[in-house]
Design a protein around this ligand. Structure first.
Ligand code: SF4
Ligand code: SF4
Length: 131
């Protein structure tokens, strides 16, 4: 990436976006990842492995590790800022599926760099090519 340049690095492919996230991973180590408990395998039709989740109340669960002062999702493997993988990627919960890395104009979600700052990591200066 090109964090110091005023011109953002343009990402043109899905592979490049995936590579960006696989070298970052701070969103999995910053936010509480909570969702309707029915997404877990404790519920018929649920897919998020129940053993990796924590019940928060009768309706909500969260990924283990994300409801603490220094969050880190239990399903995250690797070192943030270097190389990371979601070990349950096909079965990740809705907040992870719905998080938009880029908006419709191709601009990076500001929460990404807010999360990176919390970890002392430099901001990303990237844009997604649209169209
Ligand atoms: S913080 Fe943003 S860039 Fe980093 S892994 Fe998460 S979605 Fe990707
Ligand atoms: S389930 Fe996967 S994508 Fe979601 S926070 Fe955990 S490691 Fe990240």
């Amino acid at each position: 990436m090109n964090p110091d340049s005023t011109q953002p690095t343009l990402l043109t492919t899905t592979d490049e976006v995936e590579a960006l996230c696989q070298s970052c991973g701070v969103c999995c180590s910053t936010f509480r990842i909570s969702f309707y408990w029915g997404e877990t395998t404790a519920s018929e039709g649920g897919y998020v492995p129940e053993e990796l989740t924590q019940q928060m109340n009768p309706y909500r669960a969260c990924m283990k590790g994300t409801s603490q002062s220094n969050p880190r999702c239990i399903a995250l493997a690797g070192n943030i800022g270097e190389s990371v993988t979601c070990t349950i990627y096909p079965n990740r919960p809705s907040p992870c599926r719905e998080y938009d890395v880029f908006n419709e104009q191709g601009e990076l979600n500001p929460r990404c760099n807010q999360a990176r700052a919390k970890h002392g990591m430099p901001p990303l200066n990237v844009k997604r090519q649209i169209g």
